[in-house]
Design a protein around this ligand. Structure first.
Ligand code: FAD
Ligand code: PYC
Length: 414
């Protein structure tokens, strides 16, 4: 396998942005695509990739209003884990985690997957019981997690304060094979693989209308003209309500800002990911040495890619009590994304009321970890009409009351 340095990854990005590759393809009005995917985030690109790789469907266009991975895929804090409670979730997140393990080889693009371990602290008795229950459920699902003691927590994270001023650390749910990956490399790797298969990745092209005839999709209208297709996948995260509206149906999804921040780089001090959901902050250390920090969503719907200022204060306060040594760290940057949240905190991967339109959304605050599993299943659904990975996540569950409640496993409050 060829390995890529950080420099080589940056060069790959420059290739895309310089127009050297097909990634700057423009829509060809004479061409009809078998499949159009709206949204060149991780889920859209992974879907296109598996349509080609697993189902031989390569007459595909991926249409992006901004740039590759410029939505939530390039804005998240890169936590990858599969310690969810319900069986359908464990299946799709564990499939994804497994695919992350071999993604660099599969795409021949270094996505810097780092299975360093993810720890979710239990700081109330309620959380202890909840995480013990999750560990038992995971054992039945074949997902390797364990509930560990405070002593083990301290061994793994020497900088942690077990006796915080508000909540002591009573233990943690630990997944040793969970971790992080370089988020934009995931988008670039999939995009290059799609491009190599002959697909058109069309950037700076916003879909402004979805064209249906007789209840069946025929194409889209974009800022670069009309494009025809047989099947359409809407994979636009926080903008899914808007696109569904253009197609003529409604979704049970709310869009809310979620933000993150990073500190100045410091020497290595923590080699696992820690999530503290009661005090409400989480932190990991990037390969560059920056502390990567996040907390909850804004308490109101919104489409700003910023997030409210008071959340920064709350998140930093929570993390300073958990890791007192970060108190004097300077913060370098802050940003936000628009996340698409469902009532049961589980995604939607589904057929829609319009024939041949499929929707993949609702990943909320936790979809980065799911990208390869979601793409694998959604491509199967789009190609064959059925996927065991996506079946439980269909839209009808909201009518039929078959919720997949992951409000605890989602980790980030929303
Ligand atoms: P996106 O990456 O947002 O892609 C959708 C694309 O659609 C965008 O590029 C957008 O420009 C495009 N688009 C929208 N409308 C149109 C249109 N009309 N025409 C054409 N294109 C359009 N998840 C985790 O698993 N772990 C984490 O640690 C984590 N941390 C997070 C931290 C933050 C601050 C945020 C914001 C999110 C976090 N997430 C995390 C969630 C994760 O980032 C998302 O669930 C995931 O990236 C969604 O991917 P996507 O491909 O569905 O969406
Ligand atoms: O889903 O693990 C997660 C997560 C952490 C931060 C944001 N999302």
């Amino acid at each position: 396998m060829r390995r890529y340095s950080a420099f080589a990854i940056a060069r790959e990005a420059a290739r895309y942005h310089s127009g050297w590759e097909r990634a700057w393809a423009s829509p060809d009005p004479k061409k009809k695509y078998d499949v159009i995917i709206i949204g060149a985030g991780g889920h859209g690109l992974a879907t296109a990739y598996y349509l080609g790789k697993n189902h031989g469907i390569t007459n595909v266009a991926i249409i992006e209003k901004g740039w590759l991975g410029g939505g939530n895929t390039g804005r998240n804090t890169t936590i990858i884990r599969s310690n969810y409670l319900q069986d359908p979730s464990a299946a799709i997140y564990e499939k994804a985690r497994g695919l992350y393990e071999s993604m660099s080889q599969d795409l021949n693009f270094n996505v810097m997957f780092s299975p360093r371990g993810v720890m979710m602290l239990a700081q109330t008795q309620h959380e202890v019981r909840g995480y013990e229950r999750t560990a038992h459920a995971n054992a039945l699902q074949g997902v390797t997690t364990e509930f560990i003691s405070p002593t083990r927590v301290k061994e793994l994270v020497p900088i942690i304060n077990l006796d915080g001023p508000r909540y002591p650390v009573l233990g943690a749910l630990w997944q040793a094979r969970a971790g992080t990956a370089r988020h934009d490399a995931v988008a670039w790797g999939y995009a290059r693989a799609c491009s190599d298969m002959g697909m058109d990745v069309i950037q700076q092209c916003e879909v402004t209308g979805v064209r249906n005839e007789g209840g069946k999709v025929v194409g889209v209208t974009t800022t670069k003209g009309q494009i025809d297709c047989d099947k359409l996948g809407i994979v636009v995260a926080g903008h899914c309500g808007d696109l569904a509206g253009q197609a003529g149906f409604r979704l049970p999804v709310e869009s809310v800002p979620l933000q993150a921040l990073v500190s100045e780089p410091i020497k290595p001090c923590m080699d696992v990911v820690v999530m503290a959901n009661t005090v409400h902050g989480y932190m990991s250390q990037s390969d560059k040495g920056e502390m990567v920090i996040g907390g909850g969503t804004d308490g109101h719907n919104g489409f700003t890619q910023r997030g409210s200022f008071h959340h920064i204060e709350e998140t930093v306060r929570a993390l300073v009590e958990t890791f007192p040594m970060i108190a004097r760290l300077k913060m370098l940057r802050q940003w936000g994304g628009i996340v698409d949240v469902t009532g049961d905190r589980s995604p939607i991967l589904s057929k829609t009321p319009v024939e041949n339109i499929f929707i993949n959304c609702g990943w909320g605050t936790g979809g980065f970890k799911a990208i390869p599993g979601s793409g694998f299943g959604f491509a199967e659904l789009m190609a064959t009409g059925y996927s065991p990975l996506t079946e439980a996540f269909n839209l009808d569950r909201f009518k039929e009351g078959r919720f997949i409640d992951e409000s605890v496993a989602a980790g980030v409050a929303h």
